[in-house]
Design a protein around this ligand. Sequence first.
Ligand code: XMP
Length: 522
Amino acid sequence: LVLVVDFGAQYAQLIARRVREARVYSEIVPHTMPVAEMLERRPAAIILSGGPSSVYAPGAPHVDGDLFEAGVPVFGMCYGFQAMAQSLGGEVARTGSSEYGRTPVTVTAPGTLLADLPAAHRVWMSHGDSVQTAPAGFDVLASTTKTPVAAFEDTERRLAGVQWHPEVLHTEHGQKVMEHFLLDIAGCRPTWTMVNIVEEQVERIREQIGEDGLAICALSGGVDSAVAAAVVQRAIGDRLTCVYVDHGLMRKGESEQIERDFVAATGADLVVVDAEEQFLDALAGVSDPETKRKIIGREFIRVFEAAEADILAPKIAAGSHAEGVKMAFLVQGTLYPDVVESGGGAGTSNIKSHHNVGGLPDDLEFELVEPLRTLFKDEVRLVGEQLGLPAELVWRHPFPGPGLGIRIIGEVTRERLDILREADAIAREELTRAGLDRDIWQFPVVLLADVRSVGVQGDGRTYGHPVVLRPVTSEDAMTADWARVPYEVLETVSTRITNEVPEINRVTLDITSKPPGTIEWE
Ligand code: XMP
């Protein structure tokens, strides 16, 4: 385990991912965690992240000197580098000359940390203060025109640092520097592989659920719930029941795909509940987005609760389950970024659902099983592949719980859903044909159901609806940019939609980034 101490920069998650790319498991901890508590976790190494502040700023986060006395290898980056230098008796000066962005660096004596790196290369910098003198016992490895000490190491005490950000892609050879520290200086072993992750999680889940516990999992059609279910299925077999609520707001072919591909790949016990009528009745006459979301969430809970009873009744009748038995465990596809953001640790938790799956209520008395709690999205996909889930499922784009219900601007009706389903299927098909699925984060198609415009088709006037194409690129859906999908692909999508979906006579493109726009329209 490598601990990444977060000094409040947005870089900590990226650092943790890079450490894992070097096949060493890592977790993020806040800089406010006492050193003793960090050491209790027996880390193989500790990395101090960058941070927004100067070490001289009032209230700047402090590094406790004990950290360097414990014999645990430590690597400082940017702010962490300066804090380390200061704490160990080096000199950090406010030179007034800052470096931001791509900066040439000169390797003067590579040592272990910068071994095999070109003498001159470019790195990503973002700092005002700089280290003037390294602490005693350290070798200075590199410099820039403005920073005499841009990297140092003390291989005896296994301490090292760089002024730059090795974790960002703009830094040349960044991953190599990370690996030199982790493997060559700290002596970590690269054993964090997908096979090990799956085995470890399976073991942990067996322990949590016990010999005869029963678990239930709501499949949403998304990657996370499918992979979480597959891991739990591997751990406890058919004591897991998956429930897929078909609310009629799914995309074309989606329900069939879950029923066919997911079951084929996992052998999971899947109960499909056809609740289209119930959802559409509840949504009749509603066009306010928040009201739609609430209704969908509420109906989901009703269906889910009824399903639990329906699943158990026949098993109790058949005598395989005792009277009064409960589905005590609820599987959720919570990911590590959610855990970090809510300030939680990475262990198992008994807290109630975070409304991840269709907004389950607080009074559902389940213990949560969260097999993906320590994983990033890209790792979840690799685990999915490892478990044999089909690529179409593992690489599919995120899709919101309320489904197409929040992509119809106006009232949701079956006719409108059918129209949108056709247009959406064409857009997705053409994106796949162009080989762009993995470059685009999401490609919503939005039906402006209450808007009409005049068009002409053949010899006739048309008066149809517009759709909006909303392709975006993103890393985490927190921010996004409109995707520059090639004109030829957009042209094919537009031509096909207006030709094949008679109710649609206009196709428009949304070129708003997030912020200020959101990805979905409602
Ligand atoms: P926005 O529209 O806020 O969406 O930019 C950010 C991401 O979240 C997805 N999304 C949802 N996912 N339930 C979900 O499971 C929801 O109610 C929901 N609303 C938005 C959206 O598709 C995007 O990936």
